[in-house]
Design a protein around this ligand. Structure first.
Ligand SMILES: O=C(O)CCC(=O)C(=O)O
Ligand SMILES: [Fe+2]
Length: 193
């Protein structure tokens, strides 16, 4: 597997394009749009309730309990296509993933704000495997101290690895892109508990 622009990304981040073929990635996108029980939970920001600016689904093994950004989601069972992908990633990284967060950005107005995946359930230096399907979107990485920002376009069928101190030292976000009219689904495979 080729790894492009390794030297451009901060430590702990690695980008692998075309881990899934272009056609397969878009077929899987359509399948997940139709098959996943998408939710748009409310979150409280400065005392006011808002619906998150994207749709979401948390898939996990039965024993997993996980509050994402203070909001616990209902566990949903693994679909066959997602179980198959999990198996492949577990073999590849010699790591068990018991949870998967799916985010569906319906167009460029759907976003994810600055955050780190540093919940204590994920452990000290988590390995998070992030697979992108559908429209390419810009992903931003910001160093907590220097505030330096690195941008990378996440393309359909690509895989972004976040490991080591990437969550401790950096935040990441998916900003608004008003010209993007197509949707994107992101899958983050995680190990919880
Ligand atoms: O959509 C993305 O690429 C980012 C998703 C993300 O940061 C997350 O699920 O924690
Ligand atoms: Fe994240």
């Amino acid at each position: 597997m080729s790894q492009l622009n390794k030297e451009c990304l901060p430590e702990g981040f690695a980008y692998f394009p075309n881990v899934i073929s272009f056609n397969k990635s878009l077929t899987l996108y359509d399948h997940l749009v139709d098959s996943i029980p998408w939710q748009q939970p409310q979150i409280q920001v400065y005392g006011k309730y808002h619906r998150i600016p994207r749709l979401q689904c948390f898939i996990a093994d039965r024993e997993v309990r996980y509050g994402y950004s203070g909001k616990s989601l209902d566990n949903v069972a693994w679909l066959p296509a997602l179980s198959a992908m999990r198996q492949r990633l577990q073999r590849q990284y010699a790591k068990e993933f018991n949870a998967l967060l799916l985010n569906w950005y319906r167009d460029g107005l759907d976003t994810m704000g600055w955050h780190s995946d540093d919940e204590k359930e994920l452990g000290a230096a988590p390995l998070i495997v992030s697979v992108s399907l559908g429209a390419p979107r810009m992903f931003k990485i910001r160093h907590r101290q220097t505030r330096e920002v690195t941008s990378i376009m996440l393309e359909t069928g690509s895989c972004l690895l976040m490991s080591g101190e990437s969550q401790r030292d950096y935040e990441h976000s998916l900003p608004k892109q008003t010209k993007v009219t197509q949707g994107r689904i992101n899958l983050t495979f995680r190990t919880v508990g």
